[in-house]
Design a protein around this ligand. Structure first.
Ligand code: PGA
Length: 251
């Protein structure tokens, strides 16, 4: 039984109030579709995005692992839950690179997010140097060993090769299938495994049809409904034709 697909947008440091219309439009266009849709806007927009009641799940892009404390500029999971976030990305490669987040930090964040009731989206990905040296699988296995919570309920893993993010390049279908198969062996059957890195309306159908690709984490192409909705549409198309009973019940 395939897992329900999730198409999640990561707005990164893009978006002020004027961009909420994109979330409204994404919700309007995808209402009732048999896939999950989420947007992770900057934290300043979470409460306003939730208030739209658009049908799009609203997530955060990061959280601190501590419950509270002297951590200037950081946000706790309780703050994000209060704002209405139901998902939280942790361990994005940009935070691993620019904020020096280690696997241990990512694991602590994932545990805090899971304990808060939000679902963590835990990102793992190899650098271009790792990829070119043929070390991608080893790096991902190590990332997972270090970053996944020890005990976990619901969580989502996102495989995001660092060199594919924002570059217009993606691994081949065979490479993604192999990597997602490796991740599946580690996380088990009930964890969704997203692919992220230069997903767009042109390549989404091919990427979302790969075995063990349970959705996508989308950066640049999530910033407008016009770019994002076709990716959600590709996820629906990847489900194949509706079951015979469904056709019949529609009469
Ligand atoms: P991209 O970003 O889709 O712009 O490559 C993906 C991500 O960083 O989550």
């Amino acid at each position: 039984m395939a897992l329900r697909k999730l198409i999640a947008g990561n707005w990164k440091m893009h978006g002020q109030l004027a961009m909420l219309v994109e979330i409204e439009e994404i919700g309007r266009a995808t209402r009732g579709w048999p896939v999950d849709v989420a947007i992770c806007p900057p934290a300043t927009l979470i409460a306003a995005a939730v208030a739209l009641q658009s049908g799009v799940a609203i997530g955060a892009q990061d959280a601190h692992a501590a419950v509270a404390g002297a951590y200037t500029g950081c946000l706790s999971t309780a703050m994000l839950v209060e704002a209405g976030a139901t998902l939280c990305i942790v361990g994005h490669s940009e935070r691993r690179a620019f904020n020096h987040e280690t696997d241990a930090i990512v694991r602590a964040k994932a545990e805090a997010v899971a304990a808060s009731g939000m679902t963590p989206i835990i990102c793992v990905g190899e650098t271009r140097a790792d990829y070119e040296a043929g070390r991608a699988i080893d790096v991902i296995v190590a990332h997972l060993a270090g970053s996944l919570p020890n005990a976990h309920g619901a969580l989502i893993v996102s495989y995001e090769p660092v060199w594919a993010i924002g570059s217009g390049r993606t691994p081949s279908v065979a490479e993604i299938a192999t990597m997602h198969g490796v991740i599946r062996e580690i996380v088990g059957l009930d964890i969704r495994i997203l692919y992220g890195g230069s997903v767009n309306r042109t390549n989404a159908a091919e990427l979302l049809a790969i075995d063990n690709v349970d959705g996508a984490l989308v950066g640049g192409a999530s910033l407008t409904a016009a770019a994002f909705v076709p990716i959600v549409e590709a996820a629906v198309a990847a489900l194949g034709p509706p079951a015979v009973e469904n056709n019949r019940s529609r009469g």
